[in-house]
Each structure stands twice: as structure tokens, then as C-alpha cells.
Design a protein. Sequence first.
Lengths: 131, 346
Amino acid sequence: HLATSLPLPSERDHLRPRIDLIAFMIDIKSKYSLKNVEASLDHVDASFFLGKVCFLVTGVGRVNNCSVDMNAIWKLGEVYCSPVLFCELELEGIRVATAQRLLRMLQICAGHIPGVSALSFGSLMRNSADD
Amino acid sequence: MDETVAEYIRRTVLKIPRDEIKAMLQKWGFLSESQLQTINFHQIKENISQEVVQLCEENSADIKQAAVLDIIYNHIYPNKRVWSVYQMNKTAEETEFFDLTDFKKKFKRRLRSALKNITINFREYEDNAIWIRIAWGTPYTKPNQYKTSYVVYHSQTPYVFISASVLKSNLPLLCQALVLASNYHDIREMELRSHSLNSLKDIVFKRYSQNFQTHYPRPLQERNVAPENADLRIIQENRSEKERIQRVNREVFGDGPQPKLEFAQYRLETMFKSDPKMDVLDKKEPFRCLVKFSSPHLLESLKSLAPAGMADAPLSPLLTCIPQKARNYFKIREKKGVFPESFVSP
């Protein structure tokens, strides 16, 4: 499901399946994108932050057009205890690899991988990022 | 043949893209078909231009004929120049029959009486457009063929498109001559400028697709939204908002291609509004500020802002009024009254 911001429109509530993973996309070229994500985070139930949220930063290939403060993004990942992934959508290879990563995370969050829970995976990702 | 004329022809030919040179020379018609056959159009332009000059030498070309080649070049490539739009008006009610010969005679006479050293050429085109090329000199120097002004006048309309070039001081004289020759009373600059002559014509002749005010809401038109989303597994949560944006955008901009403008400039002379406690600018003078939008195609980029999620729809009327008001240079002043809002001055 694609949405431009949260909260989701209530008229579609009855049509929506269970949400297993929320990926917030931040376009590094747009300050507005970061602001939008920060505002949307307020509408997310706290239980999602136990491994069912991640931040996807796009546009990292174009370093010249970076409008967003990277520290702000790291801070966001820290405050909300969620992993930050980077990708460049314009390159097919990276796009496919990122999609595969997200799919893997989604499988874990949906409980399809026995022995691994969203929470344990989330803390695994966080610990490796700190190293 | 005068060597300045030879040099001018040589430089004009060099401007033309190599593949177009033959066609343009044929349009010019100064060199015969058999002469054109002798030119090798596959060599480098430098050599082509030399051969053309040689042939022009044989035919004893003068500056008037060389100027015609320049007009043809500028007619095919008008976008290399910046054009401003002027509107003439007259108080007389009856529409007088336009006499081309009379126009040309009066125009030349007015200019020549003020300035002896001047080259004037006319060329008429099928869409009632009269192209005028003017090379300006001074009382002491011959006309500078490289610093020319161009005028495009559609005789059935009050509009004149002028590409003035660097010599702005001759502009009042040019305007005066136009008014006199066309039997109008005065002329004013319209604050509308662009490289694209055709787009300027589209705007003033209202040839672009305009938005139509709907008095009742149209049913949602799915045909434009659906094709983008062929994969049914992707569900757009904000579909109704996306459709609203498309509808509003279409109402404002219409369906067709937008006229091509490169700039919009807003000169603000409004008061700086701050928190009264901050007491900034206590002199209460207008805060002068210039806002300039530039783009290879300004109106198309404005049209794509809301669908791209970069601006809210509808856009500010200051931006969307550009084609209707036929201007892209604005002065915005404070509105005097109970509600201090800015308004656009004429």
C-alpha cells in the first residue's frame, strides 16, 4: 500500500489488511520529504516501533543535490529504534537489491520466518549498525 | 561587392546548421539553382561559407540582399533571441483597411527622418506576419549589421513582437515609427518576455488550451490515472487526493501543451509581516524583494508541481494567472484598505 502521508484515509479502513511493516521513504533531495515523515510518525501506534518500522532514504546517488541533514536522519533512526536503509531508486541493481531486503524484512515482520521475530531482527540490525 | 557585405554573408552562413544551409539558400533565392549545384555541402562549414561568398561576389550581392538571408535565418530560428510583446491601441472605432505599402512607406520615412544611417528590410509571411529587420547606425557611422532589431507585426492584431538587441536607446524611435505607420495612437510594453516567439503568439492570440470554469463537478475521469498503475498489487491509499489534484490541475492548466516561457519575475513592494513583539523594520517601509522563477519550460514545470507532490494544489493564482494575464513580470504592492493583502498592479 502506498500513501503520501499518515494518517491513512479512514474510508478505506475496512479494505485494508493487517500492516506488518511500515517503510518511511525520505528523499534526500527534499526537506519537505523529511518534514512529512516526521509529521506522519506521530500517527503511528507505539507497538510498530518494535521492529515493524524502517526508514528508507532514497536519492543517495546524487550527493550534490542533498538537502537533508544526515544527522537528522541518524537521529530519527535512534529515537524511533528503527533501522535506516539507503538506496538509489534510479539504478536498477540497487533498486532490486533494496526491494529484496525489504521483502526479507517483511517476511520476518509477518511472522513467516520461524525462530526470528520482528523485535529480535530489529535489535540485530541496530547492534550491527552501532559497530 | 563590399567586403563588409561579404563578411556578413559569410558569418550568417556559419550560423546555419550544416544540413540546413542548402534549403535556406534556396529559400533565399539569390543564388541560382545551377550555382547551388556547384557547392559541396558535405565539407566543413568554413569552406561552404567561402564558396557561398564567392558566388555572391559573382552576383554582386549588396547589403539589402544579405539582410534578407538574415531575416530568413531568424524566421526559422527565432528562439535564439529574446522577444518582448507590445500592444498598440487606438481610440478610433472604425477598423481601417490595412495597406501594406502605405505601412512600409510611413515606417521607413519616420525612421529615416530621424536617422540617416539605417538598413530596413521587410518580409511578409503567410500568417499575416510582417517581419521587419532594422540595422541601426549613428549620424556618423554606417549601420551595424550585427546589432539588429527585429519586429514581427501581425497586421490584423494590435500586437507587435520586438527583439530589440543591445541598442535600447533606439526603442522609443522604433515604437513611434510603428504607431505612426499602423495608424494607432500609442503603444505599451506588455511585461511579457520569452525566447519562444510562437509561445508568445499563443498567449496573446489565445491559441493555447485554456481552462474552462466548470459550474458543476465533473464525474471523476479515470482514464488518465489508471494506465500508470498496471500492477494491481499496488494500492494507492490516497487515490482520491491524487485524483483531486489531477482534476484541479487540469482545471487550471487545461489539457494541451503550455506556452513556453523561461521566467516569471515578481517584484514585491509589500510590507514585511513579522511578530509585532519582534519589532523588526519599525520604519514601516515596504520590504523590497525580487522573486524570480526560471526553468527551461516554466509553465510545464508549474503544472507538474502538484502531481509530483512538491506543492499543494491549487497553486497560487499569482503563478497560474500568467497565460490569462499575458504577462510574466509582475509588481506586487500592498492593498490599501481594511484587509492588508497584496494585489497585483497593472
